[in-house]
Design a binder for this molecule. Structure first.
Ligand SMILES: [Fe+2]
Length: 410
């Protein structure tokens, strides 16, 4: 994130005395990636960012996973995971349910109406796609208003909390991508000094940083920390109790901070014939990429086939989350808004029967989907197992195994 920003009260020279109006020294904290060798920010706290008064274990939601065996493409109906008014008792942090995971990335889902506790993911960055709803992400850097269609990138160890706005009686739907490292725009979009290039589908103007930091008073404040450990998936949780509220920053500057990017600001790259998924890439993380398939004009060669060709992702598992419009290639498969399809490496996939013929002559696709491609195989979390429709694998052939082992597709 090379886009420099400065907010609040910052001294003219780094690592020099910075005092409050009554003369007290602020505590300077460098928050930096890759040791001291990559992007960083300097934050000025009224208290000591290292101060603790207590700590206790935090029992994380179920992080266990089950291999995708037998190997099958799957349809996971995420909207079935939270029933009725369950969202009124759910928050984005402690209520998220694990859908798919491997050692590089974990994908979870939450439908939330409750404010989350203060939270810090010390394992890696998070990219939260807000499927629907709105709210405020309060962070140590300042608040960020978010709404449906936003990708929200939260750097590792950023203290924050999610406050859904439920005034319209609607929850915030969060599709959470937790990385094992950092999430950033792909290098192919950036100059060697980090500026977005002319051929990138979005640029600095499209990234929304937090507003000025807001100081919050408080004593004995809890922060939920997810960190490396020996629990399921190598993760453990701890609740730290701080003597004062962690939102005590009066100013900061640097290139490391949370930001939002609206998928509607992604300018699609189109062509005369079908463009491959890399043109839809939004972010990259260790062992995975994030892409967005947005409403767009489609292929304009007179003999073009607008839906994708069948393809084997021989090196990756593909996770498509359908969030808007009408996904042309998946018609007839039962997939709709809120569905996830998992197309694993080792098995070809492509349009459902009849979709190629129906697409001929189309000029525009009104579809919106978020894709995560991983380079290591994904396993199913408890949420993924609960949301599996059990039928999708047979949707191309029109028949499946005998009812004792599964239902034929209808
Ligand atoms: Fe695909």
């Amino acid at each position: 994130m090379p886009y420099y920003r400065r907010a609040g009260a910052v001294p003219p020279k780094r690592h020099t005395q910075h005092r409050s109006p009554d003369g007290r020294l602020y505590a300077e904290e460098l928050m930096g990636e890759e040791g001291f060798s990559s992007d960083s920010s300097l934050l000025y706290h009224s208290g000591l960012p290292s101060a603790l008064v207590d700590a206790r274990p935090w029992e994380l939601p179920d992080q266990g996973t089950t291999p995708n065996q037998p190997l099958l493409p799957r349809h996971l109906k995420l909207h079935d995971l939270f029933e009725g008014e369950e969202w009124k008792r759910t928050d984005v942090v402690t209520g998220r349910r694990l859908v798919l995971a491997n050692g590089d990335v974990r994908i979870a889902y939450a439908v939330a109406g409750e404010p989350s506790p203060l939270y810090r993911n010390a394992v890696g960055d998070e990219c939260v796609y807000v499927e629907a709803g709105s709210g405020v992400l309060e962070t140590v850097f300042g608040p960020l208003e978010v709404g449906g269609g936003d990708f929200v990138v939260i750097p590792r160890a950023t203290t924050h909390r999610w406050l859904p706005d439920t005034s319209a009686g609607e929850p915030l739907r969060a599709y959470v991508v937790e990385a094992s490292g950092h999430i950033a725009p792909p290098g192919k979009y950036l100059s060697r000094y980090g500026q977005f290039l002319e051929n990138a589908p979005y640029c600095e103007r499209d990234l929304r940083p937090p507003g000025d930091p807001v100081v919050v008073e408080g004593a004995d404040v809890e922060v939920y920390v997810k960190h490396r450990g020996r629990g399921a998936a190598g993760l453990t949780g701890t609740v730290h109790v701080l003597p004062q509220h962690p939102f005590d920053v009066v100013g900061w500057d640097g290139c490391l901070y949370p930001y939002a990017f609206a998928v509607s600001d992604f300018e699609p790259i189109t062509g005369r014939v079908h463009q491959p998924p890399p043109v839809h890439q939004v972010f990259a993380g260790p062992g995975f990429v994030i892409c967005a398939f947005v409403p767009r004009k489609v292929d304009y060669h007179p003999l073009s086939i607008p839906v994708p060709y069948y393809h084997s992702n021989v090196d990756s598992d593909e996770v498509m989350f359908y969030v808007g419009g009408d996904y042309e290639a998946r018609k007839g498969s039962g997939i709709g808004i809120g569905s996830v399809s998992l197309h694993p490496g080792g098995h070809a996939h492509g349009p459902q029967p009849g979709a190629v013929e129906r697409s001929l002559g189309a000029e525009f696709f009104d579809e919106l989907a978020v894709m995560v491609d991983t380079f290591r195989p994904l396993e199913l979390g408890e949420g993924g197992r609960a949301a599996d429709d059990g039928r999708y694998a047979w949707s191309w052939s029109g028949r499946g195994p005998a009812p004792a082992t599964g239902e034929p597709a209808t």
